[in-house]
Design a protein around this ligand. Structure first.
Ligand code: ZN
Length: 77
């Protein structure tokens, strides 16, 4: 499960990641942009993001590379 924190003060969203990582980004954002304000906004959780979709993404990339190699080989002949 990945998490993304939304800032309650502006449109900032952290990147998708582990809750601890995204939570730290959220806290860092508040420290930098909204000093003195309590942490607000909302937490989005789900299976989206690069970590969860990495398997399918890598497989799709491999297929594209193989297709390019086939096309390149066909052009050489
Ligand atoms: Zn903000």
């Amino acid at each position: 499960m990945n998490y993304r924190f939304w800032c309650g003060e502006c449109g900032f969203k952290t990147t998708w990641g582990a809750e601890s990582v995204a939570g730290r980004q959220h806290a860092d954002h508040y420290t930098a942009r909204h000093p003195g304000l309590p942490l607000g906004g909302q937490v989005e959780s789900g299976t989206a993001g690069p970590a969860a979709g990495g398997g399918l993404g890598c497989a799709g990339m491999a297929v594209v590379i193989v297709l390019l190699l086939i096309i390149a080989a066909a052009c050489v002949r």
